[in-house]
Design a protein around this ligand. Structure first.
Ligand SMILES: Cc1ncc(COP(=O)(O)O)c(C=O)c1O
Length: 426
């Protein structure tokens, strides 16, 4: 057999995403690892951000109807017009973003949209700047494009919120000897729920214009604003929307992460460049789902309101229970699926060791936040003992998770050192 390392791009991508073990073997993503661990020990899986609730029956019916109508062969490369029109309409209706269907490209989830955009727009040797912690596909896509990933931390603030470190942002963009070619913004942000304000976005747009960078967005949590605020797409707040490439998907808004229906929105010639790459990754996918979702997006978008309400209720079940743990700090999620819990006052363990301990001892499995950071970075240090817990699971699972946090809280009240070290606690 030829040597699999003869070409090593795949290895570089895994390495960039932190998946290469000390012995050179490839590890599983943290999401896969934690899902397996939860199943093995019968723990509540508050790790992976996959909803524990179903898409609306009407959406499933609409996709089934599209199958019966014969939308079963390759879709057009750009996507079915029904979806492209619906996305343009939805952006205008929900966010005031003016979009023409010729700007929209169907992608196999936001992940493919982001990777195709990075491959198309990042020059070899160029850099992409994003905010940290970050979704794990970003570094792998940047490695595939032969570029360099740079990051600016989103830090916990004294009032229990989060804020980007704007000083390092300025240094990394307008102050950099070689400024980034792409600035990638995830808003609402996973895992902190931080939402970039219109002023933040305008500032990023000005910096991008000063160094002639693209602004690439990841807005998969766009419909899941929980605190009464509103999601502002970067393309709305940035003075020159032609430099913005918007990426989003239906997975989180419609509880249909397995459908992998996503989209990219860009000026037509930019959309075409990204489509040129995308067509050699998957060509097309999810034909009947595109049509079904297109119909729902334009005709009956009421589900996303219900979904947001239900998610808010589940957050209200989980977060107070997390807060009942004496000495821990649990963030109030402004948006998205997660609360970030900082255990630094309670333990000498790092987030990986602590997560393992909490899993085996209290049946609680989350995602250690440093897994979403670059080793050695300021964010990696700031989140050293932080774990992300998801409340997008079924109400029964979230309720069980909440009860388990209360058990932990009760134990810590009698023994405040219960989590101090693995030796004491196990
Ligand atoms: C920030 C972020 N971006 C993108 C994705 C993936 O989106 P999709 O399933 O549409 O590829 C996720 C999924 O968890 C995410 O958290």
């Amino acid at each position: 057999m030829p040597d699999v390392m003869r070409a090593d791009l795949w290895h570089q991508m895994a390495d960039a995403a932190g998946l290469v073990n000390a012995d050179g073997t490839i590890g599983e993503t943290i999401y896969g690892q934690m899902t397996k661990l939860a199943a093995q020990i019968g723990a509540v899986n508050l790790g992976q951000g996959a909803p524990g609730t179903e898409p609306p029956a009407a959406l499933i019916d609409a996709a089934a109807q599209a199958m019966r109508e014969g939308f079963n062969q390759y879709a057009p490369g750009q996507g079915f017009p029904a979806l492209l029109d619906a996305v343009a309409k939805q952006r205008r209706r929900d966010f005031g973003q003016e979009v023409r269907p010729e700007q929209v490209l169907y992608t196999c989830g936001a992940t493919e949209g982001l990777t195709a955009a990075i491959l198309a727009l990042l020059p070899r040797g160029g850099s992409l700047l994003t905010f940290e912690p970050f979704y794990d596909s970003y570094p792998a896509a940047v490695a595939a494009a032969g570029g360099e990933l740079r990051t600016v931390p989103i830090m916990p603030t004294a009032d229990g919120g989060f804020a980007p470190d704007w000083t390092s942002f300025d240094e990394a963009v307008t102050g950099a000897a070689t400024p980034p070619s792409i600035i990638l913004i995830n808003t609402p942000h996973n895992p902190t729920g931080f939402m970039f304000s219109p002023e933040d976005l305008a500032r990023i747009g000005e910096a991008a214009a000063a160094v002639d960078a693209w602004v690439l967005t990841d807005e998969v949590y766009e419909q899941l604003v929980l605190d009464g605020g509103t999601h502002v797409p970067p393309a709305v707040a940035i003075a020159d929307p032609s430099r913005v490439v918007t990426v989003s998907s239906a997975g989180k808004s419609w509880n249909a992460t397995g459908w992998k229906v996503g989209w990219v929105i860009a000026e037509p010639e930019v959309r075409e460049a990204i489509q040129t790459v995308k067509q050699f990754l998957t060509f097309t996918a999810s034909g009947p789902m595109q049509v079904g979702l297109g119909r729902m997006l334009s005709e009956d978008p009421s589900f996303v309101d219900e979904n947001r309400k239900s998610l808010r209720e589940r957050a209200e079940m989980l977060v107070p229970a997390c807060r009942s743990v004496p000495g821990a700090i649990a963030s109030t999620p402004a948006a998205g699926y997660f609360t970030v819990m900082d255990f630094s006052a309670l333990t000498d363990l790092d987030a990986f060791e602590l997560n393992d301990l909490l899993a085996h001892r209290y049946s609680l499995v989350g995602i250690p936040v440093p897994a979403l950071c670059r080793p050695g970075s300021a964010a990696h240090e700031a989140y050293r003992t932080s774990i992300r817990y998801s409340f997008c699971k079924s109400a029964a699972d979230v309720d069980r998770g909440a009860q388990l946090f209360r058990v932990l809280a009760a134990e810590l009240r009698t023994n405040p050192e219960a989590l101090r070290s693995a030796a004491v606690a196990r």
